[in-house]
Design a protein around this ligand. Structure first.
Ligand code: NAD
Ligand code: IPM
Ligand code: MN
Length: 359
């Protein structure tokens, strides 16, 4: 049966980068992928058109889709909305929560051609291949109570960092299984020297470990992990952590690969339905200028083919095409350096398309 893919361009550079990824998706359809594409509004675009960052019609289409491709949401235009539930980011969080997309995979892989693009020394990053497994539907992002209220004559803001054992266990299993398929090393990142919720996190990871005897489990505090990521990132294979730590560490890991414009992601639920998006945001500072790097979004399409559409060969073909384009010296501004040729967002997308056709 034909697969359903929902495309949600969103805001800022979102429409520019998803347009390039859709070109590749269409090329995959020409190459035999049996899929239908549909588009809908989310984020600020959803709010402007329908008064809500996650319109009901968009949520219904998302639930019915096999896979979702999302650009990015948010921007200064909506940052002052008083009603926090109407902010663009709530649209994204609502999709993740409603579809139960608890397993977020963020692969920080350095393409060898980009060793010079990283702000770190080539010898520190060359050969880098880390998979960050981030819990995505719990933790401090969703814990109750939360709010801003008046207490003793002043306002206080508060959030709740909470994880149930069952939530820790299911993300732990995703991470252990990922480690089994890769380098068999799993580092669980927490703050168990201070926070009870992560004492429980560490306990659950330790309890699961004997079920995966081929995986070596280690633990690290998040502050040290941030430091180790820039000191000696190749010590990591799979990293598992909670929602907020994973958000922060994955942006840091992105820079190891040359640019946040290179980091794709998959967000999966228990039945492998997935949302695929670059890890970066809507980049208002460069929106509308043809400067955005579309490769993270294009590589997110490869993840979609691998994890939700059962097409690993097409996925590998996209990844090879990206490698070829980098071999040709083509670079968007964020990964350009002397000796390479700077191209626009759409020129990069077209180059990947041409390389895909030959791959
Ligand atoms: P950002 O990721 O949008 O931008 C950070 C920096 O990285 C900027 O200088 C930007 O130009 C650059 N950058 C990002 N993507 C790029 C790309 N593809 N090519 C080249 N350069 C790129 O983060 P921010 O500035 O903190 O946030 C901007 C908005 O995006 C906010 O409203 C935020 O809430 C939202 N946001 C959305 C998502 C998402 O939709 N998944 C993720 C992060 C941030
Ligand atoms: C990300 C983003 C989101 C997050 C925001 C926009 C809600 O930063 O996907 O990394 O914090 O999860
Ligand atoms: Mn983020």
């Amino acid at each position: 049966m034909s697969k359903k893919i929902l495309v949600l361009p969103g805001d800022g550079i979102g429409p520019e980068i998803t347009a390039e990824a859709v070109k590749i998706l269409n090329a995959c359809r020409d190459a035999g992928l049996d899929a239908e594409l549909e588009e809908a509004l989310v984020g600020g675009a959803g709010f402007d058109a329908e008064g809500h960052p996650l319109p009901e019609s968009t949520l219904a289409k998302a639930k019915a889709a096999d896979a979702i491709l999302l650009g990015a949401v948010g921007g200064p235009k909506w940052d002052t909305l008083e009603d926090l539930s109407k902010r663009p980011e709530k649209g994204l969080l609502g999709l993740r929560k409603n579809l139960n997309l608890f397993g977020n995979l963020r692969p920080a892989l350095l393409y060898p051609q980009l060793a010079e693009a990283s702000t770190l020394k080539p010898e520190v990053v060359s050969g880098l291949d880390i998979m960050i497994v981030r819990e995505l539907t719990g933790g401090i992002y969703f814990g109750q109570p939360r709010g801003i209220e008046e207490r003793n004559g002043e306002r206080v803001g508060f959030n709740t960092y909470v994880y149930a054992e069952s939530e820790i266990e299911r993300i732990g299993r995703v991470a252990f299984e990922m480690a089994q398929k890769r380098g068999k090393k799993l580092c669980s990142v927490d703050k168990a020297n201070v926070l009870e919720v992560t004492i429980l996190w560490r306990e659950v990871m330790n309890r699961l470990a004997p079920e995966y005897p081929d995986v070596e489990l280690t633990h690290m505090y998040v502050d040290n992990a941030a430091m180790q990521l820039v000191r000696a990132p190749k010590q990591f294979d799979v990293v598992v952590t909670g929602n907020m730590f994973g958000d922060i560490l994955s942006d840091a890991a992105a820079m190891l690969t040359g640019s946040i414009g290179m980091l794709p992601s998959a967000s999966l639920n228990e039945r492998q339905q997935g949302m695929y998006e670059p890890c970066h945001g809507s980049a208002p500072d460069i929106a509308g200028q043809g400067l955005a790097n579309p490769l993270a979004t294009i590589l997110s399409v490869a993840m979609m083919l691998r994890y939700s559409l059962g097409e690993p060969q097409l996925a590998a073909r996209i990844e090879r095409a990206v490698g070829k384009v980098l071999d040709q010296g083509l670079r968007t501004a964020d990964i350009a350096y002397p000796g390479t040729r700077q191209v626009s967002t759409s020129e990069m997308g077209d180059a990947v398309l041409a390389a895909f056709a030959e791959a």
